[in-house]
Design a protein around this ligand. Structure first.
Ligand code: ZN
Length: 378
């Protein structure tokens, strides 16, 4: 799911998930891009329409109605509008401020979002070249080369590889879910210049694994049940835990375009993760003895915010790192869509590591097996 490949689970993903639950099958249209030609998998229409709007504003073209209609009619904006993941009024105001023909403004007058829009303006010719690059062969193969070591062979197929959408989001967002990837154009451009395909590899992982997770579940389950929220939270931790193994070691190197952001986001990983693992373990243990423990949490977000950070990146990334260090990540990857496998393999790795890191208790494992029996197709 998210953005700076680590922000990804942020607002945009949750809103898109809501779009799915509201509209049912919006995304399936895009999931069936199966027959991979590069062109059918890469959709930059929203990014291109954005620049047309910018031109219309710049030329002082009144209300620029047509250009806006084209922008909001692109597939990615349709999804975001249905999911209420975008405030079109705010976007119009921001773009008008940044692209207006005559106004001169100082950086200080611009909001964070407007400054980000200004980066599309300042880097436009490079971004338009980048759009052309995306339509040439390369991006999908580069992403696959980075991604496939983290997927079992059964999930390494062209038909499962997501459709890639690019838009000028106004922030360094990216998300992958249910057969699609949505990348902010400028963010993707910066990361691709550093390592071509890296952002897409992380998000495509989410896209593919979230579909596999969905398929592994029993039919007709209650997605609002408290224990399903818990399973889904663990799934988020598990997905980020592996997805971050794809890109974080590269992105945290000097010279990475997001070096500072990654450093900041990962600075307390181990300490925080150890705390969260212990509190998740307590929660699981209590859940084994009382069904009511989980009821006190108000839905998925409440759980996710109480037992993790950044949509599961913490403690997921730490757990993935311990598995990788102990060479056990491949063992989990065989069952990559199964969050219980993630926890069991982490436990094995933490024990192998020599007792420095907390492990999940027997009672917790027993509860997780029950949860799996309830929701997983066997
Ligand atoms: Zn992610």
């Amino acid at each position: 799911m998210c953005c700076m490949p680590f922000i990804h689970t942020s607002e945009i993903t949750m809103l898109l998930i809501r779009a799915i639950s509201v509209t049912g099958l919006v995304f399936l249209t895009y999931c069936s891009f199966g027959q991979t030609t590069q062109t059918s998998k890469v959709n930059t229409s929203a990014a291109e329409a954005y620049f047309k709007v910018a031109d219309a504003i710049k030329s002082g073209d009144g209300e620029e109605t047509t250009a806006w209609q084209v922008l909001f009619g692109t597939p990615v904006y349709q999804m975001m509008i249905v999911g209420r993941a975008i405030d079109t009024i705010a976007l119009k105001a921001e773009m008008r401020h940044v692209f207006a023909p005559s106004t001169s403004f100082s950086q200080a007058e611009l909001s964070a979002k407007e400054l980000y829009h200004k980066s599309y303006k300042d880097n436009r010719s490079q971004l338009e070249n980048y759009i052309a690059v995306l339509h040439r062969p390369g991006i999908i193969d580069s992403a696959k080369a980075l991604l496939y070591p983290f997927l079992p062979v059964r999930l390494q197929s062209d038909s499962l590889f997501p459709a890639l959408f690019y838009l000028n989001y106004g922030a360094p967002e990216a998300t992958g879910y249910a057969g699609i990837v949505i990348n902010d154009l400028f963010h993707s451009f910066r990361i691709d210049n550093y390592k071509f395909g890296l952002l897409t590899a992380h998000e495509a992982f989410h896209s593919i694994v979230s579909v596999a997770f969905q398929h592994a579940l029993k039919k007709n389950i209650n997605y609002n049940a408290a224990d399903f929220n818990l399973l889904y939270f663990l799934q988020n931790v598990s997905e980020e835990g592996v997805a971050d193994m794809i890109d974080k070691s590269l992105l945290s190197k000097k010279g990475s375009p997001v070096y500072d952001e990654v450093k900041q986001l990962t600075s307390n990983d181990e300490i925080l993760s150890i705390q969260y693992i212990k509190s998740i373990d307590s929660l699981l243990k209590l859940s084994l003895t009382s069904e009511h423990v989980l009821q006190q949490y108000n839905g998925f977000s409440d759980l996710a915010n109480s037992f993790g950070k950044n949509g599961g990146h913490i403690p997921g990334r730490f757990m993935g790192t311990v598995m990788q260090k102990e060479k056990l990540l491949p063992k989990h990857i065989i069952a990559v869509e199964d969050p219980i496998s993630f926890i069991l393999t982490y436990n094995e790795a933490a024990k192998k590591n020599g007792g420095k890191y907390p492990v999940f208790s027997k009672e917790s494992i027993e509860y997780l097996q029950k949860l799996k029996a309830k929701y997983w197709q066997e």
